[in-house]
Design a protein around this ligand. Structure first.
Ligand code: SF4
Length: 288
């Protein structure tokens, strides 16, 4: 029987996502036609709401209609894509999150002076593709401490050259700490830049603390959102956790059996979806 339902203070839209959505909405309010390169955020409901307002999604610069304003999403885009957009003289509004732009400058400067760049993150994630594209020298990615150990073993040159290390903004903070220990022991020549964004750090820390006190954690977010998946893994280390997209996905029988339920949400989860989940949980609680 449910006793407490606790919502994490850091649940939901982060600064960078909020900024991108507000930019799209303000352009639409001004009567502009808007196109995004890929879905603006990893949330089907928000993407659908924007599609209902006429926003179209292009997969490549060639698909962007000339009379549309192209909004670059918070992950940023790879440098060749950015150059192509400029060449086509498209109307561009850049919503790349400043935390991501900061990583772009770090790797651009470090690789120009000859550093090899190591990126902690998912090599297929658009943010990481954007970071890697700005490395004019060699660059490698690693997902976790195991992959880092393997990378250092397979590339002995990394211990003898100048190396700079950055992390995807939403990288798991606990895994990052393990990786830092490896660098301190096995690759002391590396310059380490802690580029996990502050929104991610506080969200992950709160999720860890809350899940320690709960017997069920509800993590709300898109199934293809990497920061939501990381939150889910962090919570799963401490208690039974479920990942849902909307209130309709709540596992009612399981919820009824829990006493202390914690709720958190990824950076692309809008406030109204979080509210719906909370109200569904309260309904289940009231039914006893
Ligand atoms: S998670 Fe961090 S880096 Fe990514 S958009 Fe949000 S604030 Fe920016």
């Amino acid at each position: 029987m449910i006793k407490n339902i606790t919502l994490a203070e850091t649940a939901g839209f982060c600064f960078g996502v909020n900024r991108a959505i507000e930019l799209v909405n303000s352009l639409l309010d001004q009567g502009k036609k808007v196109c995004t390169l890929g879905p603006i955020i990893h949330n089907e409901q928000v993407v659908q709401q924007l599609a209902d307002r006429g926003v179209i999604i292009a997969e490549t610069p060639d698909e962007v209609p000339a009379d549309h304003v192209l909004v670059i999403r918070s992950h940023g885009v790879p440098l060749p894509v950015y150059k192509e957009l400029r060449q086509k003289q498209l109307l561009i509004q850049d919503a790349t999150c400043p935390f991501v732009s900061k990583i772009h400058s770090i790797v651009t400067n470090a690789s120009e002076k000859g550093d090899i760049i190591l990126i902690a993150g998912n090599s297929e994630h658009p943010e990481v593709l954007g970071i890697k594209s700005r490395c004019s020298n060699a660059a490698y990615t690693f997902r976790d401490d195991t992959e880092l150990t393997r990378l250092l073993r397979n590339h002995p040159e990394l211990k003898e050259n100048s190396v700079s290390v950055v992390a995807q903004t939403t990288f798991n903070t606990e895994i990052w700490k393990k990786c830092l220990e490896i660098f301190k022991k096995d690759c002391t020549n590396a310059t380490l830049f802690d580029t996990i964004c502050s929104a991610t750090q506080s969200r992950q820390q709160e999720a860890a603390e809350l899940s320690e006190k709960c017997d069920l954690m509800i993590v709300i977010g898109g199934t293809n959102s990497s920061n939501t998946a990381k939150l889910f893994h962090i919570c799963s280390d401490h208690c039974r956790s479920v990942l849902i997209q909307t209130a309709a996905d709540l596992p009612v029988d399981e919820v009824k059996k829990a006493a202390n339920i914690g709720v958190t949400a990824g950076a692309s989860t809008p406030a109204d979806i979080i509210k719906e989940v909370l109200s569904a949980l309260t309904d289940i609680q009231n039914q006893g």
